[in-house]
Ligand binder design. Structure first.
Ligand code: NAD
Ligand code: ZN
Length: 604
């Protein structure tokens, strides 16, 4: 429900003002619909103008019959005779309402203390003192379980002792009510705290109701003043909120890299200048090295440094990251001096994610997406022991979360330091060497044949592609040379896709991996051999490589899957929109249909 009053005391008629060619209220309505979280979305209004504007744009609106002092009363009147469980109040002046925030408010009703909750609302951390002291910005205090204690336009708490670490939260005007709760509160008379602060939700506290607050990381933009409207129009014009498909990418690179056989021995010297007092270095090491004294003995644990072995048997998960962070925080009072990841793509990604989450609140799942991370990660070092993924150079860490498989893609994700020592890849089993190496080959194919290609991606992609041919089809390289060259190819392939995008094979292999847990490298190989239609020349080369290197690609993995599993695979693959756009252009949906993908999967 979007309550929409025409008159607004501070900015009259604001909901009908133009925002990128449509009235603000229409933008808000469309944003709420686009979240796909609701069975129905309505604007509830006292204004004929707003009513007909919403209908004109194909939306649903309800005229409120009575005079109301506040939005929730307006909503209560509208839902009184509707059959609903939960009613969500979205502010009409929040045109950038995101799925993230609404999902969080709704999710509290699935938690263990849900019975106690009368309504839920949203808050976001603020750090700028000007904003904290601004009476237009409503602050909220909560108890340890995030139930609201009080809302105020004053800065609460008052920072008498400047050394106490305290956070300020801004209240965001999104509420989710149980229907009973909103009916109970309907027309409860206003009391003095609400009247003096002019903050609607204080009424619920004054009547002893429990408001559970969820935390959102996205600040959003409210249209409260004409200046806000200018800002919002600018945001729209710049095509924010950000997506990775923006035209010019301004990405950080790994600032320090050392390369060469034996360069691993530099590790201690490299770390020395980053050592902080009483703060350990945490080593995350692939458990394939457990008992491998030749490597482990070269890691000298000092003081309270800690080594944690990581299994790469499964793709990394957000819950795994959360668990690691929780344990590190429980064991050490001081934030670590750094995280050092030693292993394949799995460990690289975990090391990046753990270093981010040691500096950011909440769960790793909260940060899956583009540029959501708020605080700089702690110092982190990547040391690959198998090559191909490009994870050592990339700006993302791919994680399987509760609802999706998606990277934490941010400026804070890349390593501060990478050590490339080809000797560490000795002993990688032949099949695994091939699967991970083919990830690199496929990165190059998808980047070089994509519509997003540009000179930057191309220069890296071509080099990496040539190296792959030399390694997997040539006859002249020693194993030692191959290891060094694949390390370079992996790096260049990673750089290539950073500035373009992957394509069909990755979209489909994400589907496999989400449903069956298939690991990334082998999943790509399983898919790629069936992509003649898209990459004919390269599929032939791929098959030649598999033959020459005497590698078996698993067959029949989709033979016995259920129809639901197949549907899910297709759903996940189809959801990878930027990948399809890169591979096939804006018109990709005319080429790729669910039934076509099903047929392809059934072959695998
Ligand atoms: P991996 O890290 O899962 O390792 C594969 C296997 O090789 C494991 O069994 C591991 O124990 C073993 N291994 C690693 N080094 C070894 C060594 N020196 N000797 C013997 N065995 C060794 O595999 P991967 O292919 O490197 O990485 C795949 C992961 O990388 C996936 O989770 C994928 O999502 C991720 N990935 C991330 C990015 C990114 O940009 N962040 C890009 C591509 C892939
Ligand atoms: Zn890949």
């Amino acid at each position: 429900m979007i309550p929409a009053r025409y008159a607004a005391s501070r900015f009259p008629g604001k909901l009908m003002k133009d925002l990128g060619g449509k009235p603000v209220i229409v933008r808000t309505y469309e944003a709420a619909k686009a979240t796909e979280l609701f069975d129905e979305v309505y604007v509830v209004t006292d204004s004929d103008i707003i009513f007909s504007e919403i209908e004109k744009h194909g939306g649903k609106a309800i005229m409120s019959q009575k005079e109301h002092d506040c939005g929730s009363d307006r909503i209560a009147e509208a839902v009184e005779h509707m059959d609903v469980d939960i009613v969500v109040n979205v502010q009409g002046d929040e045109p950038f309402t995101s799925r993230e925030g609404l999902e969080k408010v709704l999710s509290v009703f699935n938690e263990t203390d849900a019975e106690k909750i009368d309504l839920a609302s949203l808050m976001t951390e603020i750090t700028d003192w000007q904003e904290i002291s601004d009476p237009n910005c409503v602050k909220v205090l909560t108890d340890k379980d995030n139930f609201a204690l009080y809302f105020s336009r004053s800065p609460i708490p008052y920072p008498r002792d400047k050394n106490v670490d305290v956070k300020y939260y801004k209240h965001k005007g999104i509420y989710a009510f149980r229907k009973q709760a909103i009916m109970d509160f309907y027309r409860l008379p206003m009391r003095s705290l609400e009247a003096v602060e002019k903050i609607e939700c204080i009424r619920y506290l004054e009547y002893g109701k429990n408001i559970k607050m969820a935390i959102s990381n996205i600040a959003g933009v409210e249209i409260d003043t004409p200046e806000d409207l200018v800002k919002a129009n600018k945001m729209l014009a710049e095509n924010s909120p950000k997506t990775v498909n923006n035209k010019f990418r301004n990405f950080p690179m790994v600032p320090k890299v050392v390369f060469g056989q034996g360069s691993f021995n530099q590790l201690l010297d490299i770390l020395a200048e980053h050592k902080k007092e009483n703060a350990p270095f945490i080593y995350l090491v692939d458990d394939v090295f457990e008992g491998n004294t030749s490597l482990i003995n070269r890691i000298s644990l000092r003081f309270n440094d800690k080594l944690i072995f990581i299994s790469a048997a499964e793709e990394p998960k957000t819950s795994q990251v959360d668990e690691l962070v929780k344990n590190i925080k429980a064991e050490f009072k001081n934030s670590p001096s750094g995280i050092i990841g030693i292993g394949g793509g799995t460990v690289m990604d975990l090391a990046k994610a753990v270093s981010i989450m040691l500096a950011n609140e909440g769960s790793a799942a909260d940060y899956q997406g583009w540029d959501i991370v708020k605080n700089k990660a702690i110092y982190h070092v990547g040391i690959p022991t198998i090559s191909g993924t490009g994870a050592e150079v990339s700006r993302t860490t791919v994680l399987t979360g509760p609802t999706r498989k998606l990277g934490i893609n941010s400026d804070y994700t890349p390593f501060d330091q990478v050590i490339l020592d080809p000797d560490l890849a000795q002993g990688v089993p032949k099949n695994q060497w091939f699967y991970t190496g083919m990830d690199c080959f496929i990165h190059c194919v998808e980047s070089l044949n994509g519509t997003f290609l540009n000179a930057f991606s191309q220069s890296y992609g071509e080099k990496a592609y040539d190296l792959c041919l030399e390694i997997f089809l040539g006859n002249t390289l020693s194993e030692e040379e191959s290891r060094a060259k694949l390390m370079m190819a992996s790096w260049h392939g990673g750089m290539s896709i950073a500035y373009s995008q992957v394509g069909v094979c990755h979209a489909m292999s994400y589907g496999l991996s989400y449903v069956l847990g298939t690991k990334h490298g082998v999943g790509n190989c399983i898919v790629f051999q069936y992509l003649d239609e898209f990459y004919p020349k390269y599929v032939a080369i791929f098959k030649e490589m598999a033959l020459k290197n005497d590698v078996e690609i698993p067959k029949g993995v989709c033979e016995n899957i259920s129809e639901e599993q197949l549907e899910m695979m297709v759903h996940i693959a189809m959801g990878m929109v930027p990948l399809w756009e890169n591979a096939l252009g804006a018109d990709w949906q005319s080429i790729i249909t669910p039934s076509k993908l099903k047929k392809l999967y059934r072959k695998m």
